[in-house]
Design a protein. Structure first.
Length: 426
């Protein structure tokens, strides 16, 4: 046992990462397929848009259901139950063209997606040491992010008029069961009760809490409405898949430098920078509407997605700067719930507006949310001094939210202080 502590079982941990990569590929393919397939069946854009808040709602339920399941069965069994839940969600889509059934399926997917990432991260946190934890979680984060984009990109190479995409998603997710079913990795101890305390976290960092709510809605809305919008512009499935892939790349290219910068200056200034970037991208999209070439559409949406998601990472780090270490678990749990709640409320508003406005209305919704949050950050900067910058170190993700509606994860970078936060989600 002592040897295991000193030298983490790398091969055993790689089984979790391999399983998550397969799950990501299936998720990306399914997320690209849903809006494209609904459009090909003749449904209005609001039908595809209605899938977005359903995913977020399922994820919100998953925040609580996963902890309950872990306390009953432990990590390995819950991991496989959630894999079966993924398969169930794909099966519903496979056997039915009823949009109501698809809404149920996407909510089921959201529950599984949030839960599987909570289980995987908390398991890896327990299995590794402080010296390796950052590298292990970074490998999980980057590989999952790239693979989910690659899965979406693959939609251009399958027949969307058939059930092939869902059959492939089921097949790939089934393969993902094997690395977990045969794992030798010991299971973590049963988690403690989840604790969500909105009032306490608001006192610690209003920006941190509101930022999580806003970015949950912004990222869910943008990444989910992007393929719907591209479909309305008559781009091919291959083009839509490429757009979704490049948006994932945008998450990496914007978050990394902004994360480093946030360790050198007041993090609130970085939030204003990315809010400004997101605002510019929204205004460019609104002003040019359908006149953007595909190249510029991809570039604008990639920068927009990266700017939005950086709000998550920096808000999370800012809250940790303000908090006492004993509050980290409460912080993680509450921020996850705020993120999921925003991912439900804001896309729901955008979806309801589609009954009166064209698909591009989501751009106006995101613009309003971004400006509102940026204004709140400015207000807080005028009334509260910045957190100390000394000795802060920006680390790759030690915690992350599940997956955002595009199946395109919002696993974001957070402060190195977050090392134990995922367990609180369990």
């Amino acid at each position: 046992m002592k040897a295991d502590v000193e030298k983490p079982p790398v091969m055993a941990m790689s089984g979790i990462i391999a399983s998550m990569i397969l799950i990501a590929a299936a998720s990306g393919l399914a997320y690209a397929y849903v809006p494209i397939r609904l459009a090909s069946l003749g449904f209005e854009p609001w039908v595809a848009a209605s899938m977005v808040p359903s995913v977020a709602f399922g994820g919100l339920v998953g925040c609580f259901a996963t902890g309950w399941m872990l306390r009953i069965s432990g990590h390995a069994r819950v991991f496989m139950v959630l894999q079966a839940t993924f398969i169930l969600s794909y099966l519903i889509i496979l056997i039915s063209d009823n949009p109501i059934a698809w809404i149920v399926a996407r909510a089921t997917y959201g529950l599984a997606a949030h839960g599987i990432f909570i289980v995987a991260q908390s398991w890896l946190h327990d299995a590794t040491t402080d010296e390796l934890r950052g590298r292990v979680i970074t490998v999980l984060y980057v590989s999952f992010l790239v693979t989910i984009g690659a899965g979406a990109y693959a939609i251009g190479y399958v027949d969307i008029e058939s059930n092939t995409p869902m059959i492939l998603s089921i097949f790939i997710t089934t393969l993902a069961v094997f690395p977990i079913g045969l794992t030798k990795l010991r299971q973590p101890p049963l988690p403690e009760q989840i604790s969500v305390e909105i009032r306490k976290v608001w006192k610690i960092s209003p920006i941190g809490l509101l930022g999580m709510f806003c970015v949950g809605g912004m990222t869910f809305t943008l990444v989910s409405f992007a393929p719907i919008y591209a479909g309305e512009l008559k781009y091919s499935p291959a083009d839509i898949g490429l757009l979704m892939l490049m948006m994932q790349i945008g998450l990496l290219t914007i978050q990394l430098p902004m994360g480093v910068l946030s360790d050198k200056i007041d993090r609130r200034r970085v939030l204003l920078i990315v809010c400004g970037m997101a605002t510019v991208m929204a205004l460019v999209s609104i002003s040019t509407e359908s006149n953007l070439s595909f190249f510029w559409l991809v570039l604008v949406f990639a920068v927009w997605a990266g700017s939005n998601d950086t709000i998550y990472s920096v808000s999370c780090a800012l809250a940790n700067d303000r908090a006492d270490p004993k509050h980290y678990v409460v912080l993680a749990s509450t921020q996850m719930v705020a993120w999921s709640s925003g991912g439900f409320v804001i896309p729901l508003i955008a979806t309801m507006l589609l009954g009166f406005f064209p698909v591009s209305i989501f751009m106006w919704v995101l613009l309003a949310v971004t400006i509102s949050f940026g204004s709140f950050v400015v207000l807080r900067m005028l009334t509260r001094a910045p957190a100390p910058v000394d000795d802060r170190e920006f680390a790759p993700p030690e915690t992350a939210p599940l997956v955002h509606p595009g199946g395109l994860t919002m696993f974001s970078m957070t402060s190195g202080d977050d090392a134990g936060m995922t367990e609180g989600l369990s």
